[in-house]
Write a protein that binds this ligand. Structure first.
Ligand code: FAD
Length: 291
């Protein structure tokens, strides 16, 4: 087990992609999140999973409980705005009656799942019912208005014409239905990030059973951290079943070095922000304790 202050605990870090053509075709990256949840469902490890599906506006996600392969596939691709996954946990167990819940989400959501398991205030029946947690890497997320402004004002595309969004190589990239790629410098998007993202101390979903993201692996592949006993069991069986093509992370470019670099940028930067806020808070309190 590796234990790293930036990348968390993990038993395996690997580059991988799904061998399922239907999943790969619509995947954000290597289709890891979807393939894992479909496998867990088909093996009876979960009886449903909370995913970020399509909402009522283009690219506005809506969490829902997927209980079939078809529904899990409906949630493919990253929607770079908030999908309140955690608000569906109680729904999953109470309204849908699930005993083995799968959850996919970004780092802060995975932290919330683990907190709900440790301190199940108002979530009494939840701790034992979280069966499998897949986390996504996340530098920052946006509000819907912000993603609309990024796409429409900075890349001059309408959200309804977008086929896929990607963040990579210093650019926010928008792929349109007509096959065009419009980009905006990543720098231009930072002012739209949610304030909460700038105090978050997790880049690679350290608390998930398995976490995955694009950074570190070639296009169409994913970087995968296998972290827990549950994750290890599912990952090794899925690989043995031929569900993934894999390559040692040391053999791909840009590799783990880039994951580490970005994790340091996020965590060190956000620690500084937290420290500044703490100092500001103390000084303010000293000036006016009742403010
Ligand atoms: P697919 O098979 O395409 O499935 C997508 C999965 O993502 C589904 O399970 C769906 O439920 C889930 N999902 C989609 N949108 C959301 C959302 N808004 N909130 C919660 N879950 C969602 N990767 C990096 O390497 N670096 C980053 O900085 C980074 N930032 C990200 C920021 C956000 C807001 C999101 C949503 C993802 C980010 N990712 C990042 C992860 C990356 O974009 C892919 O989501 C990840 O690699 C999974 O790809 P896949 O092909 O395995 O998933």
């Amino acid at each position: 087990m590796v234990s790293d202050p930036y990348l968390g605990k993990y038993t395996t870090c690997i580059s991988a992609r799904s061998t399922d053509r239907e999943i790969l075709k619509k995947a954000q990256d290597g289709g890891i999140a979807t393939t894992l949840m479909v496998y867990a469902l088909e093996e009876g490890i979960i009886d449903g999973t909370i995913v970020a599906g399509e909402g009522d506006l283009p690219w506005k996600p809506r969490p829902f409980v997927a209980m079939s392969r078809k529904d899990i596939l409906k949630a493919q691709k990253a929607k770079y705005n908030i999908s309140p996954q955690i608000s569906w946990i109680k729904e999953a167990t109470r309204s849908f009656g699930l005993d083995k819940v799968g959850v996919t989400g970004v780092c802060c959501q995975i932290q919330a799942v683990r907190k709900a398991q440790l301190y199940p205030i108002n979530m009494r029946d939840i701790p034992g019912k979280i069966a499998f947690v897949v986390g996504l890497f996340c530098m920052e997320n946006f509000l819907y208005d912000s993603i609309q402004a990024i796409v429409e004002d900075h890349t001059n595309q309408s959200l309804s014409s977008v086929e896929k969004m990607r963040i990579g190589k210093g650019k926010f990239q928008v792929y349109t239905e007509r096959g065009n790629v419009a980009t905006a410098p990543l720098q231009a998007t930072h002012k739209y990030g949610q304030p909460g993202c700038y105090v978050c101390l997790d880049y690679v979903s350290n608390l998930a059973d398995i976490s995955t993201g694009s950074v570190g692996s070639p296009d169409g592949w994913s970087t995968v951290f296998v972290r827990t006993r549950v994750g290890n069991d599912i990952w090794s069986k899925a690989v043995d079943a031929g569900l993934f093509e894999t390559k040692p992370i040391e053999e791909v470019k840009p590799g783990l070095e880039l994951v580490m670099k970005l994790a340091k940028i996020k965590l060190d930067g956000n620690r500084k922000t937290l420290e500044e806020r703490r100092n500001f808070g103390v000084n303010k309190a000293l000036r006016d304790p009742y403010a």
